[in-house]
Design a protein around this ligand. Structure first.
Ligand code: OAD
Length: 231
């Protein structure tokens, strides 16, 4: 039975009202990522970095999953083969749409991490820079987010799934951040059928065999219906 791997990015949550990074008006147009999304930025100014992620946690909690998140949860439930969902997103909209297994390669807003001992626990709505780690007591509490210069989570697991898949789909990602952007090359090398679902052409459009252009709330339910033979 066919194995499907799906990689999602900020574009899938755009119609839920969450900002993307690189579109016009996106987060990295309004803020400098060097000030907010690196370990050095956190060491320099933890108050600023926590403030940024506290605001994003609040926005994500107020957002609702959209038709694209729901369609992927339906695919996971109804596809007779394996569906592996890898997301670069730190929101929890896939889970709240009912998706059961989600690999968060760039971490989650709902998680807190101790930079001193590696302990993890659920993040409170507002994280404080001087909060003590519940395990070791160090005041080294950070959001459980993978920053630039850090290794994304679960890369071994991700590469194993991508290397064995029959269908590889990327949804709502600009293809500018590696290693996520390179997964399509690995899928192609493994002989998978690759499909890009995006609002517009991305950096890596030429690497995909098939392209479905348009808003995710339209293209993703259509694509899922096609796979499940309901169109
Ligand atoms: P980007 O903001 O780079 O790209 C979002 C993509 O979604 C663009 O190609 C848009 O055209 C597309 N898009 C926008 N609205 C859409 C819609 N309604 N339907 C379909 N597509 C839409 O976001 P990512 O590729 O996810 O990492 O960014 C990758 C990583 O860069 C993020 O995980 C984050 C960021 O810096 C870290 O913070 C480590």
């Amino acid at each position: 039975m066919k194995r499907i791997v799906i990689l999602t990015g900020a574009g899938i949550s755009a119609e839920s009202g969450l900002s993307t990074f690189r579109d016009s008006g996106g987060l990295w147009e309004r803020y400098r990522l060097e000030d907010l999304a690196t370990p050095e930025a956190f060491a320099r100014n933890p108050v600023l970095v926590h403030g940024f992620y506290n605001a994003r946690r609040k926005a994500a909690a107020a957002a609702q999953p959209n038709a694209a998140h729901h369609a992927l949860a339906r695919l996971e439930r109804d596809w007779p083969g394996e569906v592996t969902l890898i997301t670069q997103n730190v929101d929890d909209l896939h889970e709240r749409a009912g998706h059961r297994r989600v690999i968060h390669m760039h971490g989650t807003l709902t998680g807190a991490l101790c930079a001193a001992c590696g302990a993890r626990w659920p993040a409170p709505p507002e994280m404080q820079p001087d909060a003590a780690c519940p395990e070791c007591g160090a005041a080294a509490t950070r959001p459980d987010i993978v920053w630039f210069g850090e290794m994304p989570y679960d890369m071994d697991l991700i590469e194993r799934h991508v290397g064995q898949c029959d269908i590889f789909a990327s949804i709502g990602t600009s293809g500018q951040v590696y290693p996520a952007a390179g997964l399509v090359l690995q899928a192609n090398a493994a002989g998978a059928h690759s499909v890009e679902l995006n609002l517009e052409a991305s950096e890596l459009s030429g690497m995909y065999e098939e392209r479905l252009e348009g808003p995710a709330t339209r293209t993703v339910p259509d694509w899922v219906d096609g796979l499940l033979g309901r169109r």
